[in-house]
Design a protein around this ligand. Structure first.
Ligand code: FAD
Ligand code: NAP
Length: 311
């Protein structure tokens, strides 16, 4: 079976993984980046990025991630297409197994496996993803200036997204499946005071409707779970805010995690419960979840790994 041994392995090729790779490569430690099934990470499904510093005009997510990867490989990082299915963090060097059977070992491991937004699971949601359906108001809210949008969910994220969207949209409708929100009281208070937001209780989305050419959302079909009444509501955008799932299944039982499943890192650090294992980006962050914060943590992880190895 193929065997790859490296001083540093970086799991994931999103902004955190690519930035970690750049810094580790510049420290002359030739890191190996294992890309996983989403090369470039979540940004590759974002249409336009307007808030990554350094670019005056909007850039495509795929382009930005290609640039990050090329920058890292130019300094000596190697990127491989593989998806890790098993890790052995109780062995040293750490051991990882790819889905094709390749075994990898490393002295320091930087975990940048990110997180994935939870979706409603409707076929029409899949159809309009990136064309009016989004899971990130900070990223896509700007495209809904003076439009009508709906937000689905009842937690802190949904309420924050709804409040944020009032900066752009002319009307925001929050759709929640129950008759009370899960969000903190202080956020609920702000929500109920905001005249641009209407809350629809006990309701779920059955379907998202729109045009095919150009692909564009026009309506949602709502369904009141108490009265069983269904009706249509005009909407240009649908923001799904029903939580995120960090990609941490691989590490369960091996690394300390928080109650919400994110990898626990020490304060102001990317160090985890196992010395030599570092975690950066969305896999450890349920608050900021931005490309720039992930890249920043990738840089921190590389510097900490470098110091740990030389100590
Ligand atoms: P991710 O980008 O999630 O990358 C995770 C990587 O880990 C992937 O390469 C994946 O293949 C790999 N991986 C996972 N499991 C394994 C495994 N078992 N083995 C090997 N590899 C694995 N942020 C902004 O700042 N601005 C925006 O405009 C913006 N727009 C967005 C639009 C959308 C639609 C979405 C979904 C997100 C957007 N974000 C935006 C958020 C941003 O994309 C994330 O915060 C950022 O990508 C997180 O980076 P990351 O490197 O931590 O993880
Ligand atoms: P969350 O707290 O898990 O809330 C998810 C919401 O989505 C819940 O209201 C849930 O409904 C609803 N939901 C789940 N699945 C659904 C489905 N299939 N269809 C319709 N609705 C569905 O997630 P979150 O709001 O993303 O927050 C995640 C974590 O980050 C939390 O710990 C939160 O406190 C934290 N966070 C904090 C801040 C802050 O401090 N400012 C901001 C954002 C997030 P039910 O209520 O019926 O379960």
């Amino acid at each position: 079976m193929l065997m790859q041994n490296r001083k540093v392995i970086i799991l994931g090729s999103g902004p955190a993984g690519c930035t970690a790779a750049l810094y580790v490569a510049r420290a002359m430690m030739s890191p190996l980046v294992i890309q996983g099934i989403q090369p470039g990470g979540q940004l590759t499904i974002a249409s336009e990025i307007e808030n990554y510093p350094g670019f005056i005009d909007p850039v495509k997510g795929t382009w930005l991630m290609q640039q990050m990867e090329i920058q890292a490989t130019n300094y000596g990082a190697e990127v491989v297409m593989d998806h890790i299915v098993k890790v052995f963090l109780d062995e040293y060097p750490f051991k990882l197994i790819g889905d094709g059977g390749t075994t990898y070992s490393c002295s320091a491991l930087i975990i940048c496996t990110g997180a994935q937004a939870r979706w409603l699971g409707l076929p029409s949601e899949e159809k309009f993803k990136g064309y009016g359906v989004s899971a990130c108001a900070t990223c896509d809210g700007f495209f809904f200036r003076d439009k009508e949008v709906v937000v689905v969910g009842g937690g802190n994220t949904a309420v924050e997204e709804a409040l944020f969207l009032t900066n752009f949209a002319k009307r925001v409708t929050l759709i929640h499946r129950r008759d009370e929100l899960k969000a903190e009281n202080v956020l609920q208070d702000r929500l109920f005071k905001n005249k641009a937001i209407n809350v629809v209780w006990n309701t779920v989305i059955d379907e998202i409707k729109g045009y095919n050419e150009p692909r564009q959302v026009t309506h949602v079909v709502l369904h009141n779970v108490k009265t069983e009444v269904s009706y249509e509501l005009a909407a240009d955008g649908v923001f799904v805010a029903i939580g995120h799932s960090p990609a941490t299944d691989l590490f369960k039982g091996q690394l300390d995690m928080r109650n919400d499943g994110y990898i626990h890192t020490h304060p102001n650090s990317t160090t985890t419960s196992i010395p030599g294992v570092f975690a950066a980006g969305d896999v450890t962050d349920n608050v900021f979840r931005q490309a720039i914060t992930s890249a920043g943590m990738g840089c921190m992880a590389a510097l900490e790994a470098e110091r740990w190895l030389s100590a």
